[in-house]
Design a protein around this ligand. Sequence first.
Ligand SMILES: *Cc1c(COP(=O)(O)O)cnc(C)c1O
Ligand SMILES: [Zn+2]
Length: 413
Amino acid sequence: MTVGTSLRCRECGREYAIAPIYTCEWCFGPLEATYDYDAIGAVVSRESIAAGPASIWRYGPLLPVARPPAGALDAGWTPLIRADRLGAELGLGDLWIKDDTRNPTNSFKDRVVAVALGKALDFGFKTAACASTGNLANAVAAAAARTGLQSYVFVPADLEAGKILTTAVYGGNVVAIDGTYDDVNRLCAELAAEYPWAFVNVNVRPFYAEGSKTLAYETAEQLGWEAPDHVVVPVASGSLLTKIDKGFRELHRVGLLDREPTVRVSGAQAAGCSPVATAFANGVDDVHPVRPQTIAKSLAIGNPADGYYALDVVRRTGGACAAVTDAEIVDGIRLLARTEGVFGETAAGVTIASLRRLAAEGVVRRDERVVAYVTGHGLKTLDAIEPHVSVSATIPASLDAFRAAFPGVGEED
Ligand SMILES: *Cc1c(COP(=O)(O)O)cnc(C)c1O
Ligand SMILES: [Zn+2]
């Protein structure tokens, strides 16, 4: 009951029955899942959610699949941690980190894959597939292994060695494509028309995308059923950012938030792949495709499918979109690790560096309750920081050698 009722075109509003389709036959606009919010409001309460599992499935009625696929790994319900030390460095008084490194394959993509594969199994697919910048490949390969599906994941050949390895280990098929993510994505759209496979971010994308809403749900619940004032979200295709905005608004629509949320949503991109930030800076609606050149490979989508909608959310909510250099990304990774003990991947570096930039510009304000989304684990992108961190000293195993290397240390304790 109360699971997503239909698919609706975001452009012309035409409705379609639930099926593995993703574009409108009439106008080629993207399709989005719809819900009967009055029916959902009648069955969900803060108590019913609190009694649910410690995973995204506590919000089952607000997702297009009510239950996890049998045997699935638990995605979601990750910690929201107070970040006072980082806040002090950035001049922010009420900063929080949503630590989504703590998912089964260490990125937020486990959320979207759980929903997509749940739907794929409902539809009777036997094979899961995706076009990936890395983390989606990890999540699809692992979830397919858990649920007994075959898998084909397609990635750009220049992906970090760590991400290839942590995908291939699950025993599915990893296909490296000579080209950018945008080339991979184009190929997957062609393959989806030929092969009877569930491409999680192509033909089942309308369902996949809904999984990202759980990041907003959890944030509000963990703040005691209050929405934050400002969120900073990394942008690749732009889907995550638009769904976080949608998630907060839905909570109010079904009666779980007392006050209508006014969450300012800001985006974070790498300067080497910043089509959305560039359109924001230029004050235009058109998101012009770029050729990515950045260490933040998980965000390296030059032609973002939801770029236009992400831009719209940022403008409508009074947010902004920053673009940060590779050097700032590395500093952002180290700043987060040094102040909060959280090791994020390059996308997290983009988010923290963008937060720093927006705080310095006064866009993110000291008096706001701010949540920054750390969406992937640093062990996935060791190559990015390897040149920048090292041991403090290499010495023989003797007290004298230690004293010589660290003179005066310990006396102040
Ligand atoms: C995929 C990804 C994102 C952004 O996803 P979109 O929904 O495509 O914008 C952010 N962070 C990480 C680590 C990702 O892997
Ligand atoms: Zn349409």
